[in-house]
Write a protein that binds this ligand. Structure first.
Ligand SMILES: *Cc1c(COP(=O)(O)O)cnc(C)c1O
Length: 425
């Protein structure tokens, strides 16, 4: 597989190089130069999730990794259930939160960990990543106790849910967690700055597990096919995706680029509405990030959006017809949580927001699939004060709820981060 740096299309790398480097020159994102259509889609849709996903990833990666290697990587990464639940005849929930960190990010983080294990040639390696809540846990669990790999996770202090924090800040060992006194965009910026610091990058063997890493995105392409296998008319299917950094939407568009013929995709955001406003006006005009009850999407500078644009310009996807985006505020999100609950479905706020966007935009004859990105119990505070219910904790959360938070706290500037990283150099 050949990838280019979107900022410098002359910079070409293999998948291996893109995974190991994370980010290219001038903070440019790597993205495949070309997508080939899948043959035998119908047959593919009849296969089980792991075999189908291995076939899709092998197709995407080309001859860089052997078929049986990819199959092994996929079956050890995707070793938890994925479910499609019918809400009614027209609408389905694609549940992506049955992995160890109870969020869809397990798919990308675990596959990326398998890629690094395959490609890493020894020497120090530090995974530096920023999280708005769920990436942290997925990454921490994917690398926990892995020899030779240090993991540093930055998150905005006080801006992730208490149980989200417990899931990854209580592990210790090779997992270092840093609460940054700022917002997620600052955390993300600190990661990018670290990559620009050549000495730091070399000393630590820096790699990022953010959705800027192409391995994560490619893994996420697979579950769109699982939904496609469950609907009755793929051509009439509309996906709704709760969106923050726009990795999930990018993956959905890649699925389209390799031939999954669904009808359109909705990127649902919270009040951080840079993209919906951009699609409406053509102006890229980010506002300061605001805090919402869908905190994993409190992002006003979505990292992956250049890849979305690339899918239109270089890869010829008809984005205008295919992609729409709308923003819902907390009041609408709570309303959606209640409406879904009244229909017997307990959804986390991000999921409820995506359902609501779908519900308002689905047309006659279409079939809807909303992506369920987190387990409801991860956001039980919001659910319990929106609904009059007690949300039972799954065993993964029960195990950590009384553990001690091990994070250190720093101000949101690069010098403070460098000091924090000093002991690892
Ligand atoms: C990360 C996350 C999102 C946003 O996904 P992107 O790929 O960044 O757009 C949505 N919901 C939950 C629960 C998340 O953790």
């Amino acid at each position: 597989m050949q990838l280019i740096n979107i900022k410098h299309p002359g910079d070409r790398v293999s998948f291996r190089q893109a995974v190991l480097q994370g980010l290219g020159r001038d903070q440019g994102l790597y993205f495949p130069e070309k997508f080939e259509p899948l043959s035998d889609l119908d047959e593919l849709l009849t296969e089980d999730f792991v075999s189908r996903s291995a076939a899709i990833l092998h197709h995407l990666l080309g001859d860089e990794l052997g078929e049986s290697t990819v199959h092994e990587m996929v079956s050890s990464a995707f070793d938890f259930p994925i479910k499609v639940t019918e809400l009614d005849e027209q609408v389905r929930a694609l549940e992506l939160f049955h992995g160890p960190s109870l969020a869809f990010k397990d798919f990308g983080a675990r596959f990326m960990a398998r890629c690094l294990a395959e490609f890493h040639a020894g020497g120090p390696m530090t995974i530096l990543t920023a999280t708005s809540g769920d990436t942290g846990a997925a990454v921490a669990h994917a690398y926990y106790k892995q020899a030779d790999i240090q993991v540093v996770i930055l998150y905005p202090r006080g801006k992730i849910s208490p149980l989200q924090e417990k899931l990854f800040c209580t592990l210790g060992e090779n997992i270092h967690t840093v609460a940054v006194d700022s917002d997620f965009d600052t955390c993300q910026q600190l990661v990018k700055q670290s990559f620009e610091d050549e000495a730091l990058r070399q000393d630590l063997g820096l790699n990022s597990a953010n959705s800027i890493n192409i391995a994560r995105l490619l893994a996420q392409v697979c579950y769109y096919f699982e939904a496609a296998a469950a609907v009755s008319k793929v051509h009439e299917t509309v996906f709704s995706v709760p969106s923050g950094n726009f990795g999930n939407v990018t993956a959905g568009l890649i699925a389209r680029a390799i031939g999954l013929p669904y009808k359109r995709i909705i990127a649902a955001t919270n009040a951080n509405d840079t993209v919906p406003r951009f699609l409406a006006s053509g102006q890229w005009d980010p506002n300061p990030t605001v805090t919402t009850i869908t905190n994993a999407m409190d992002i006003s500078l979505p990292n992956n959006f250049p890849r979305v644009l690339e899918l239109g310009s270089r890869h010829g996807l008809p984005l205008e017809a295919l992609l729409s985006s709308l923003s819902l505020d907390d009041r609408q999100t709570r309303k959606a949580i209640r409406a879904l609950y009244a229909r017997g479905y307990l959804a986390d706020p991000h999921t409820a927001l995506a359902w609501s966007a779908l519900d308002s935009r689905l047309e006659d004859g279409e079939e809807g699939v909303f992506l369920c990105t987190a387990h409801p119990a991860k956001f039980l505070e919001v659910l319990e004060n929106t609904l009059d219910v007690l949300v039972p904790l799954p065993p993964e959360l029960e195990a950590v709820r009384n553990e001690k938070i091990l994070s250190s706290t720093i101000p949101g500037d690069f010098d403070s981060l460098k000091q924090e990283l000093q002991p690892l150099r």
